[in-house]
Design a protein around this ligand. Structure first.
Ligand code: HEC
Ligand code: HEC
Length: 489
């Protein structure tokens, strides 16, 4: 009897407790019901029906084995690569190479060594030994030639080859001769060598059809009006005025060209030989800098040993990065251009960015003319030495400077080591990876010049998908290794 009373009381207490809970739950149930009645917002991450068997070879293509292998000895017989690289490293960090004495390559590029973080504004000088063209328009075709161009470029080091050769004859002589042997006799004891001097810059111009296509496709009407009125005022063809602005060459400082022209032909040849060796040295150093130890690379290595991608996930490469990778190769079609271990097809594409400021960036249309007229290109007298690898130079002998698809086309950049960068694209217009991807998501810009690559389509990704894509790109960042350091032991 007593037991039954206690049980009944318990039941009643239970009932009383449940009522407020049920009342509290009502609004939640209401919201849930409303949610079911509203139209489906769609999946926040789409179905990515990419099978492991499809993905595996693609991951393999982004992670070729042997990327960190010590360098094979290069072509050329000018001292061992290791010693040239050591000299190159010293030159890269030295402010002896400019008349002002206040700048080195490392001032802008920071020190792309494992010890120091690189400049967040510029692409790091890494994995360059796999690149075919240098600079966003591909103005040069070897790391050595790119380094020489940086030395004389008025917006980079603003130096001159005569100044640099004078420095080699002076404080750098011992370092130089230890790698490349005796300096040419034409230069020894020659007080007559001017202390600064440059060859006259070549007159660069577009073919009329390229310039006309440029005018016809220019997106900025203010700039176009300006070109046409200037051309009319000066009785020029507008195409010529456009060409002039696109090449926009700063004149060398007064007296430099005259000083250069005063030298005898044998002195000129000797100066160029020593100058080219400076490019060989800096190029050898830069060839050794690689960055292939990212979270993605570790995932790819683990996958070699596992049968399923999911089993290879781990530190820094989780399911989110895997989804990002699938978006990258699948609906994003990024891999059409950003392919191979350095995530670039080594080609030039117009992705349709809008005009920024008053400068006309012709991209590859300018770069192709520049590389063809560069005396340090593959077919030049020092071409093979600067490349460090034998080449038939077909990339120069068959180069078409009249292809109008080159207008506004820029080199597909590597996507490695973007995580700490603060500027993106050739003109550094975007300040975050997020805004860079937002560009691809919408593609609403009015193209500055030329035509946007017809293969590009707005991604229309959700914010979750963009985040996953960004996570994948961030997983491609790696510390920098200097392979020359390793091969010295
Ligand atoms: C004033 C800043 C500045 C200095 C100094 C400078 N650079 Fe650069 N460098 C740049 C910029 C900006 C770019 C990108 C140019 C472009 O995309 O066309 C670049 C590009 C390069 C590239 C091509 C990279 C690629 O991925 O294609 C190489 C190689 C290079 N520099 C080497 C050097 C060397 C060697 C020196 C010293 C002799 C040097 N730079 C000095 C600013 C500088
Ligand atoms: C048609 C070829 C092409 C496709 C497809 C393409 N890209 Fe690019 N990408 C380029 C080129 C060319 C540039 C450089 C443009 C410039 O500098 O003006 C670039 C630049 C970038 C940059 C800036 C890198 C830097 O160093 O500044 C990022 C990030 C990038 N792409 C990511 C992607 C992603 C993600 C996708 C896929 C959604 C993609 N790209 C698809 C050609 C392409």
């Amino acid at each position: 009897m007593l037991q039954r009373t206690v049980r009944r009381q318990n039941v009643q207490i239970g009932k009383r407790r449940w009522r407020p809970i049920a009342i509290a739950l009502l609004p939640i149930l209401g919201i849930a019901l409303l949610y079911l009645l509203l139209p489906d917002p769609g999946p926040r991450i789409r179905d990515l029906p990419i099978m492991d068997t499809e993905l595996y070879p693609i991951v393999g293509s982004l992670r070729a084995p042997g990327l960190n292998a010590p360098l094979a000895p290069g072509a050329g017989n000018s001292g061992s690569d290791g010693r040239a690289a050591q000299l190159g490293r010293k030159l890269f960090h030295s402010s002896d190479l400019t008349p002002s004495g206040d700048m080195s390559c490392a001032s802008c590029h920071a020190s792309p060594t494992p010890l120091t973080a690189a400049s967040p504004n510029l692409p790091e000088l890494i994995n360059l030994r796999f690149a075919h063209w240098f600079g966003s328009g591909g103005d040069t075709d070897s790391i050595g030639a790119a380094s020489l161009a940086a030395l004389e470029n008025p917006t980079h080091m603003a130096s001159s080859r005569l100044f640099i050769v004078t420095q080699i004859l002076g404080p750098w002589r011992r370092d130089y001769e230890a790698v490349f042997g005796n300096l040419p006799s034409e230069l020894i004891g020659s007080d007559a060598l001017p202390s600064a001097g440059l060859p006259a810059p070549p007159l660069l111009q577009w073919e009329v059809n390229v310039a006309a296509a440029g005018l016809a496709s220019m997106g900025d009407s203010h700039l176009l009006d300006n070109i046409i009125s200037k051309a009319i005022g000066e009785h020029l063809a507008p195409a010529l005025e456009l060409s002039r602005r696109a090449f926009d060459q700063a004149p060398p400082p007064p007296g430099w060209v005259a000083a250069y022209e005063k030298m005898s032909p044998s002195q000129v040849a000797a100066v160029n030989q020593v100058y080219a060796n400076v490019g060989v040295a800096i190029g050898s150093y830069l060839r050794g800098l690689v960055a292939f130890d990212s979270a993605f690379d570790r995932f790819a290595d683990r996958w070699r040993e596992n049968i399923a991608a999911a089993a290879a996930l781990g530190d820094g490469f989780t399911n989110r990065e895997l989804i990002g990778l699938k978006l990258f190769v699948g609906p994003g079609q990024c891999i059409n251009c950003h392919s191979g271990p350095t995530l670039t097809d080594q080609q030039f594409h117009n992705i349709g960015l809008s005009q920024l400021g008053e400068t006309i960036m012709g991209g590859r249309a300018v770069g192709s003319v520049r590389v063809l007229t560069n005396p340090f290109n593959c077919i030049g007298p020092f071409g093979q030495k600067l490349r460090r690898e034998a080449s038939d130079c077909a990339h120069i002998t068959t180069l078409n400077t009249e292809d109008i698809r080159n207008l506004g086309a820029f080199k597909t950049p590597s996507l490695r080591n973007l995580a700490h960068r603060q500027r993106f694209m050739h003109d550094q217009r975007f300040t975050t990876l997020e805004t860079t991807l937002a560009y691809y998501n919408e593609l609403t810009d009015r193209v500055a010049i030329g035509q946007r690559d017809p293969a590009l389509r707005p991604l229309g990704f959700t914010s979750e998908e963009l985040e996953a894509l960004e996570a994948f790109l961030n997983s491609l960042s790696s510390p920098v290794r200097d392979l020359n350091e390793k091969s010295r032991h």
